[in-house]
Write a protein that binds this ligand. Structure first.
Ligand SMILES: Cc1ncc(COP(=O)(O)O)c(C=O)c1O
Length: 398
């Protein structure tokens, strides 16, 4: 019998993601007990409506959709006007003058990371990431022969363990990818942490004779509930690359729109830009979606109503406190990474499932002993899960 897929992909399929398993369990439970009796916190699919500027932009785009090239091919890096608009935004966020030439518009943050890794990773190169982490990073690095090296963060608040990252760097380290606000922990890294990380990377880059990239994956930048500073990586480290996305900021997750921005302070940045434009093309993305790029030209300064998420964060905190579950209040993004009352969090997830509550085991993000709860669900789902949560925790004490 011929092998239909590679051994590598076959292995991935065999270990199919825990989020996916929960997704399937959710479908079954809803069928059996009705959607209103299932409390699904397993998926990070933003449900807050896009801001009105998105609808207005789409109407305007539709008005002109019968013109030649309205939705045609464009330069691989994106529409010049979209790159200009993004450059202005990134310049403000990064407190650095970033030209449009340093932006490539991509198919989401996921597309952006793949485009970057395709350009910079060679076989066997290592990418360090603080753990727990967004599991897709491992696949993205693997797509191009790279290897993800997770390095635990400091407990209980999931801050960067700079000494551990320092110790994990080898001559093969090509990049460190940090995600702030963080999925799954909700932590936002401080200026001091990032500056300390930058010092470590400078030291090793010099020793290794090639730059170690600092990749800052920031799709949740707008979801910052307490107004804490989300520091600029461009200000602290020349070989820095920012990844952005509008999946969460504008609730456009299905439209696949994001960008990669390169620090103008990077020596030889033009070469990296040329490479990113090429990899965007040859990976088959060709360019980011035309409609979404046009939406950005007018809707870029809008964002979803984060008060909705802020309120849900408070509701979820109340549910967890009531159940006696320990957690760190997330500063950003829309997840709680809560401590399991029993060592093996899969037992906790099972107990929650018995009460029709869906959560993802922390080991799915590289840290057993915790569960992830996504609070991008209706208020009523959170409120109505209160008793179920308590019963699940109480059942473990018996
Ligand atoms: C940390 C992180 N990075 C990247 C992505 C991918 O986002 P996008 O939809 O922009 O590809 C996600 C999506 O959930 C994420 O959580």
């Amino acid at each position: 019998m011929n092998e239909l897929v590679t051994k590598e992909i076959d292995g991935y399929l065999a270990n199919s993601s825990m989020i996916r398993k929960m997704f399937e369990a959710g479908i079954e439970l809803r069928k059996k007990y009705g959607a209103e009796n299932v409390y699904d916190f397993s998926l990070g699919n933003p449900d807050v409506p896009p801001p009105s500027a998105v609808k207005a932009a789409l109407k305007e785009i539709a008005e002109h959709a019968d013109e030649p090239f309205a939705i045609g091919y464009m330069p691989n890096a994106g529409y010049p006007a979209t790159r200009e608009a993004l450059a202005k935004k990134v310049s403000e966020e990064q407190a650095t003058q970033v030209p449009a030439a340093n932006i490539v518009v991509t198919c989401g943050a996921a597309g952006a990371i793949n485009v970057l890794f395709r350009a910079v990773l060679s076989d066997g190169d290592e990418v360090i990431c603080p753990s727990p982490y967004f599991v897709e990073y491992g696949f993205y690095a693997g797509n191009f022969g790279g290897k993800l090296v997770p390095v635990p963060t400091k407990l209980p608040d999931f801050t960067l363990d700079i000494a551990a990252i320092d110790a994990a760097i080898t001559p093969k380290t090509r990049a460190v990818i940090v995600n702030s606000p963080n999925n799954p922990t909700g932590q936002i890294y401080s200026r001091e942490e990032l500056a300390a990380l930058a010092e470590v990377l400078k030291k090793h880059s010099e020793k290794n004779g090639r730059a170690i990239y600092l990749v800052s994956d920031e799709p949740y930048r707008a979801l910052n509930f307490d107004g804490v500073e989300i520091p600029s990586v461009f200000s602290v480290y020349p070989a820095a690359v920012v990844i952005g996305s509008f999946s969460k900021t504008l609730s456009l997750a299905g439209e696949r729109i994001g960008y990669v921005a390169v620090n103008p302070a990077l020596e030889g940045a033009e070469k990296l830009m040329a490479a990113l434009i090429l990899t965007n093309r040859i990976l088959g993305f060709v360019n980011a979606p035309a409609i979404a790029q046009k939406v950005l030209q007018t809707a870029l300064d809008s964002q979803v109503d984060i008060d909705i998420y802020r309120k849900r964060r408070a509701l979820m905190a109340d549910v967890l406190t009531n159940a006696g579950v320990e957690f760190m209040m997330p500063k950003g993004a829309f997840y709680f990474f809560a401590k399991s009352p029993v060592e093996d969090e899969r037992i906790f997830v099972e107990a929650l499932l018995n009460e029709h509550v869906l959560a993802v085991p922390g080991r799915g993000f590289g840290l057993p002993g915790y569960i992830r709860l996504a609070f991008c669900v209706e208020d009523s789902t959170i409120i109505n899960s209160r008793d179920a949560f308590k019963r699940a925790v109480d059942s473990l004490a018996k």
